[in-house]
Design a protein around this ligand. Sequence first.
Ligand SMILES: Nc1ncnc2c1ncn2[C@@H]1O[C@H](COP(=O)(O)OP(=O)(O)O)[C@@H](O)[C@H]1O
Ligand SMILES: [Mg+2]
Length: 360
Amino acid sequence: MTGSMTKKPLLTIKNVTKKFGPIAAVDGIDLDIYENEFFALLGPSGCGKTTLLRMIAGFEFPTSGAILLSGQDIAPLPPEKRPLNLMFQSYALFPHMTVRQNLAYGLEVERLDKAEIRRRVDETLASTDLSELAERKPEQLSGGQKQRVALARALVKKPKLLLLDEPLGALDKKLRERMQLELKRLQHEAGITFVIVTHDQEEALVMADRMAILKSGRLLQVGSPEEVYEAPSDPFVANFIGIMNFLKGRMETDGAFTAEGHSLLPGAPAKAGLALLAVRPEHVTLSADGEGLAGVISDIAYHGLDRVVHVRTAASDGPVQVRVKADEGRGLDIGSPVRLAFNAAKCRVFAAEGGLAAQS
Ligand SMILES: Nc1ncnc2c1ncn2[C@@H]1O[C@H](COP(=O)(O)OP(=O)(O)O)[C@@H](O)[C@H]1O
Ligand SMILES: [Mg+2]
């Protein structure tokens, strides 16, 4: 959302399809990515993320469609002539070179003069917090440090566009969370457009200005993390991003959704017929009696700040998850009957075409 309407796209993907034999790994994708954006491609394993990235980088060619950079078709350009850099998941550092030499190598290939190379390498080492490790070899570095060197090696070349394929995949959770923020800072400081591939929805939510959700080679939704979280375009996206509860019921012609005798007026209704209501755990409230959908507590998970109460109902396949403040959840017991109420404005309804088992 941030100003993308006024900017020209840096990267335009126009109806791109990539087939491997009969299988379309990427299937008719249209996408604009803007200058200075931190853009995440998100989707389950095998949905075509790497294939799309490799086509942008020039290691694969589209079966059909076009990829434009600053308005120019880059099909004729070999990978090394494209003003972009692809950072591989395996880092691919030169093992016999020091950190400094790893960074300098790409600039030496470009035949920049020695002083300029020195200046740019020093500057990049400093901004990536690697100055003190400059004379080490990759084998003397931790996983997180190697990751940082791979990133520095890409940044030092000042590409217009940096493509990162699951860059944090090999790191443990704590380090990954720190690197997410660091990547964001570096992207911001360097003023380079980042396109990052991840299968981790939380990572995409934390880092991205905008994100695209892919499934089986197709683009399901593009938007800011807030847009995608708050207004998922279909049950797959709803289920993939964050935790989502689904209730099976009916959309009535008067705009009400009904399930097991409970009725509400959802914020975004669907057409009449069999339907799935999607609602986040933070938009469900729980009471001991009174109005609401009847259920029975099946589990209570303590998360520090809050508890997630699992409630079995006749309207849902799995338990409905309800987020409550930790102290509010203190008196609840497994096995107790409860009533669930839903913040209707935050509920979304999807027509259940072809049955009600559509959410995964
Ligand atoms: N070189 C290839 N030859 C045949 N099939 C491939 C090749 N590369 C990828 N695929 C297939 O294309 C689909 C998408 O793969 P990929 O882009 O690697 O997915 P992701 O990165 O999202 O996990 C998968 O079904 C994969 O098996
Ligand atoms: Mg991949």
